[in-house]
Design a protein around this ligand. Structure first.
Ligand code: BEZ
Length: 396
């Protein structure tokens, strides 16, 4: 009940009090009646990254299902858009979720270029955005924002670790190859930073347009250049094709191939013989010794009859992070400041190992060295522990 101070309550104050009661009651009763949290999943379900989008969706929904279909006591209603990993359609797609579907939270996406456009829409509309994959360094760099969180990585993180590992293996001259867009270019930059700090030299940086898979001319050039090793960023269906082509060109046994772990996560089956023995760096691996991972893998396999990969983990953790925020606000999505504060302070018990977020809202996490053995990316080391992205340009 609202109590007004003073002997005679002015009519205006009474009316305002009545309105306040009505709106507080309205919000509470909507929550009590179980009005759902509206979650917009903007992910690819077609194209070279389709499987990545599916795994993220599976992971997110698995965590919600484990909470009885609710987050902080609220039911969850999903709105989905296939973003096709196409940056030219990204603004329109994000607007469909924000303006048409009026989602409370945006979750997406896989492709760095699409995520950059999504972040702009989210910022303009003050919508909470959780990025469950796209590594664009800018998202937690110059474009960092209080309402923008990431549960995955920056393109720099695994690549920087691979640069260090490649140098430690004694390689001096490396050729790089990737798709020409933010993810690939920034991964090469991260690799180069660590590799050159350790005295290595990049002898040639090669690119092709995303999602082109005509690798033959590049393989011919690599054979002619005879570097000590090759570093690549590829992911999804294109990654499997690249590894098969590298093998078929007879390069696998003569020039070691290294990559950020996206090359082999979720793709080893499609690579067959070509994937065997490949070493990559990533914030997730098979064979981690932690209870959360064991429970997650069992639950995921039971639910989807599939083995999870890094994308599933990132989706699962996006739901965990959202739950941490909502729980602090008792499920009231309008309490943005409370939600943000709780998400910033969250310690996520992830299948990858527990992680916290940096000031720029990006995971501070261990980076594992993995080797493809028996169809799995087996952990064989941890070259960097609690690695934080430098978050260059973030002013928060
Ligand atoms: C990206 O575009 O940021 C990305 C896509 C697939 C795997 C990793 C990163």
């Amino acid at each position: 009940m609202i109590q007004l101070k003073g002997a005679v309550a002015p009519r205006r104050a009474l009316a305002a009090g009545a309105l306040l009661v009505a709106s507080v009651f309205g919000a509470t009763s909507a929550m009590a009646q179980g009005s759902p949290i509206r979650v917009g999943l903007m992910l690819p379900s077609t194209g070279t990254y389709a499987a990545l989008g599916t795994a993220i969706t599976n992971g997110f929904k698995l965590h919600v299902a484990e909470q009885g279909g609710k987050l902080a006591g609220r039911n969850v209603e999903y709105f989905t858009v296939d973003d096709e990993s196409d940056p030219s359609k990204a603004t329109e797609n994000a607007n469909k979720l924000v303006k048409r579907d009026k989602v409370d939270v945006l979750v997406g996406t896989v492709h760095s270029g699409v995520a950059l456009a999504m972040a702009k829409v989210a910022r303009e509309n003050k919508t909470l955005l959780i990025v469950p994959n796209a590594g664009a360094d800018e998202l937690t760099g110059p474009l960092c924002a209080p309402t923008l969180f990431r549960t995955s990585f920056t393109n720099w993180q695994p690549a920087y670790a691979m640069g260090k590992v490649t140098a430690q293996k004694g390689h001096k001259k490396v050729v790089t190859l990737t798709w020409k867009y933010a993810a690939g270019l920034q991964a090469v930059e991260g690799f180069k930073e660590a590799f050159e700090q350790s005295g290595g030299k990049i002898v040639k940086e090669m690119t092709l347009p995303f999602p082109n898979v005509e690798f033959q001319p590049f393989l011919t050039e690599i054979a002619a250049l005879k570097p000590d090793a090759v570093y690549v960023f590829f992911a999804g269906a294109g990654a499997a094709k690249f590894a098969r082509d590298y093998h078929a060109a007879g390069l696998k046994n003569s020039i070691p191939l290294y990559a950020s772990g996206f090359l082999t996560d979720g793709t080893l089956e499609a690579m067959g013989e070509a994937g065997k023995g490949l070493q990559t760096t990533l914030h997730y691996a098979d064979g981690l010794d932690n209870k959360k991972d064991a429970a997650f893998r069992l639950s995921y396999a039971k639910t989807y009859k599939l083995q999870p990969d890094v994308y599933a983990v990132q989706g699962y953790d996006a739901a965990q992070l959202l739950r941490a925020g909502l729980a602090a606000a008792n499920g009231d999505i309008s309490q943005k400041d409370v939600i943000i504060k709780a998400m910033e302070a969250a310690k996520i018990d992830s299948p990858r190992g527990t992680f916290t977020l940096s000031k720029a809202h990006n995971p501070v996490q261990d980076i594992y060295l993995r080797e493809a053995q028996g169809g799995q990316n087996k952990v064989i080391g941890t070259p960097l522990k609690a690695l934080a992205d430098p978050a260059r340009g973030c002013k928060m």
